[in-house]
Design a protein around this ligand. Structure first.
Ligand code: URA
Ligand code: SF4
Length: 255
């Protein structure tokens, strides 16, 4: 997907979220909060659900918790504009109660589609509810600061999940705040590792693709036939009847 296609996909999802009535949270919301950020990012942050300020503005993490998230990002030299930020549920649970399992399930397709559009290398989860979507069955006191491969069923094709405490929890607990700085300090290294894994996976997929193409597309050897172009560089639409190089062989050395 090109960046423009990603952006269009994300805007399409956001437009659906803003008018969504799939769960009861639509009845009490002021504005739904689809999420926002850089459509070309490699890192997606996933929080729990909008709070009062987010519900008012229709934007994620704009209250005090958002201020702390921005501080965490600044501690590794990042800005919120560099990443994409969204939540497990896109509408505020009344009174900031926990989201219910049926609300999380109703909203999950939006997060899944955001993951498919962004194809992030890293998903940083903020808090227990977000972590549960990417690292089922672990406890945040043990799992914070650790990574897992995200299950592709989430929509993340090939992403490392990094568990972080929820910034609102860190604001209430100085020890958790200190640990949050330690945990986010791992993020640049986690991103580098995830990039390397994705690059080697892409390279081996390309090699397998080329191997299967040359197995199926190389014509039977014919001593009379003109030299065929290398299948690696041949345009994918070329068929056996048009295997004539565009440039005569004797001129190829000019390039
Ligand atoms: N807490 C969240 O989980 N998400 C927000 O967007 C704001 C606060
Ligand atoms: Fe729709 Fe999600 Fe809002 Fe529920 S929380 S109404 S599923 S956007």
């Amino acid at each position: 997907m090109t960046v423009a296609e990603r952006q269009a996909a994300l805007e399409g999802i956001a437009a659906e979220v803003r008018v969504c009535t799939r769960c009861r949270l639509h009845e009490t919301r002021t504005k739904a909060v689809p999420g926002e950020g850089n459509p070309d990012t490699e890192v997606l942050f996933v929080g729990e659900g909008p709070g009062m300020n987010e519900d008012r503005e229709g934007r994620p993490f704009v209250g005090r918790a958002g201020g702390f998230l921005v501080e965490l990002l600044a501690s590794i030299g990042w800005r919120r504009e560099d990443v994409f930020i969204t939540n497990v549920v896109k509408c505020r649970p009344p009174g900031n109660r926990d989201p219910e399992p049926d609300e999380i399930a109703a909203c999950a397709p939006y997060l899944q589609r955001q993951l498919e559009a962004l194809d992030p290398a890293v998903v940083a989860t903020l808090g227990r509810f977000s972590m549960a979507s990417f690292m089922p069955g672990v406890r945040i006191t043990q799992a914070h600061g650790t990574t897992r491969l995200a299950d592709p069923a989430t929509g993340a094709r090939d992403a490392t999940a990094l568990a972080l405490y929820h910034p609102a929890y860190a604001l209430r607990n100085p020890d958790v705040a200190r640990e949050s700085f330690e945990d986010i300090a791992r993020l640049p290294g986690v991103l580098t590792e995830a990039r390397d894994r994705r690059a080697s996976r892409a390279a081996s997929a390309a090699a397998a693709h080329d191997a299967s193409r040359s197995a199926t597309m190389t014509p039977m050897p014919d001593p009379e036939a003109p030299t065929t172009p290398d299948p690696v560089t041949a345009p994918p639409t070329m068929d056996a009847g048009s295997l004539e190089p565009a440039v005569p062989d004797d001129q190829l050395t000019l390039f």
